[in-house]
Every structure is written in C-alpha cells, then in structure tokens.
Design a binder for this molecule. Sequence first.
Ligand code: GLU
Length: 291
Amino acid sequence: MTKFITRFAPSPTGGLHLGHAYAALCVHDAARAASGRFLLRIEDIDASRCKREYEAAIHEDLAWLGLEWEKPVRRQSEHLADYQSALDRLIEAGLVYRCFRTRKEVMAEIASAPHLAAEGPEGPVFTGKPLAPSREAKLLEEGKPYAWRLSMAACADYLGSRFAALDWCEESLDPPHVCKRVAARPEVFGDVVIARKDAGTSYHLAAVHDDALQGITHVIRGADLRAAAGLHRLLQTLLGYPEPVYRHHPLLTGPDGKRYAKRDRSVTLAHLRQSGLEPADICRLIAEHLG
Ligand code: GLU
C-alpha cells in the first residue's frame, strides 16, 4: 500500500462555509480513496483574528458532515517555538533580513519605484535588502518591531542552478491523478514576509514546517494557493524537508461568480444546518455549484 497522508488546514477566523465543506470533503475523500490518513490542522497563528469559538465550530461542522480525523489535532499557536527554530536556520544561512517598514511605507516605496511594481500572488512585489548594521542596531535598540523577509536574491545564490530548476508535482484531482511538473518560480513573490511582526512566523513557514513534521505526502487545497506551492518548494528545499505532491481544487463561487468569503453568512454550514439542511443536501449544493 502506498503511503498517503493528507490534511485539511482551516484557519479559525470565521464560520466554515460551503467552500470549506467542499475543500474538507475533497481532502477527506482523497484519503479514503487511497486508504490513507486524514489529519485536521488548525492554522491559528494570527492571534488577532483566530478565535476558540470558531475552532470549536470547525470541529462541530466537520463532525456533522460525517468526517473523522486523527487526534490529537495540531494547533499551530501551540508550536510557535518550532517555527522560530525553522526561522533561525534561515537566519543562520543568511537567507532572510529584518524589515522594519510599516505596510504603508512598503506601499509608498513600491509606488515610487516602478521596477518594484510587479503584482505577485499576494499583492505588489517588494524586493529590498538588509539595513546597514548601525541603522539596524539603532532600530533594535529602540524596540522597533520588524518582520523577516526571505531574500530571493540570497536564495538564488545559495541554491545556484537548483533555484531556477525548482518545480512541483501537480496531480490532477480526479483519478488517475496524472502528475504534471510545474515550474515553481518562487521569485514571483518577491522578498515575501516569512515571519510577521505580530506572529513571529507566517502561513508559509508554519504550513511547510508542519507538512514536513506530519509526514504529509499529499497537499490538497484550493486553487487560490497554487502559486504558493512554488514558494513552499523553495522553503522545503532550503530547510531540507521532503517534497509532497500537490493537488489544487477549484474554488466554489456564489451566483455572482465571486468566491465565498467568511462574511457570507447565508452559506455558512451553521446557518445551512439551522435551516434544516442535512449533510446530503450540502453535497448536492456543492455538486450544483461545481456545475
Ligand atoms: N490555512 C489555510 C487556509 O485556510 C490552508 C492552507 C493550506 O491548506 O495549505 O486557506
């Protein structure tokens, strides 16, 4: 039997909606089809937006859908020291630099430098460099908060020809799950923030670390994170983590063609359940939305 471990990794920042139900079912059903393991991981590094009550609701919604997952569930907020150790390795290798700029300052800098104005998967691309040591020491002394950015130039130097050759295996969602190699191109992110000022880590670093730690062989998630697979391959290579296979599912959209957001109360699973719908109705609704 081939080893197959996958995970559903929601962030508890609101109620799960129809789009999440589809995502969770995709991951769960893929594990079942492969006689593999299905994990639930709570990605709650954002202390200002994540709430325990949403987390409890995630458990309730998924159980109501009939899903079963392994216990204990990994909660990222309990493992911040792990992500710090991974970050320390990037710091030691000289691949990251401190960024003291506020978001407003970054945007102003991008606006004033047309060569920086490319649009990346997470918005305008920023490329910078470390401050002069004396200036940095002064800001540190003043206690000015900072983020850590991954220097794409340093990564390219560090990996040499391996940088441009980075790629990932994108499997089709449906059997026979044909693998297509996709060029990673992590540079499209620019010098992405890898440890946020407020969290000490980022989604990218925490997710890549946990995928490795939990032995995830198949990352199955929404197509909005497809480009992120390229950045994740870079981080995996830098940190010596194994390479999982990726599958990206389409995002469900509402009648207006826009994807569901957590604020769309009418399609939250809690609301649909209270309106008398059963899990089978949810599957029917998902199928209708997928057309
Ligand atoms: N926490 C991420 C989200 O809710 C999941 C990312 C992933 O599956 O890698 O979008």
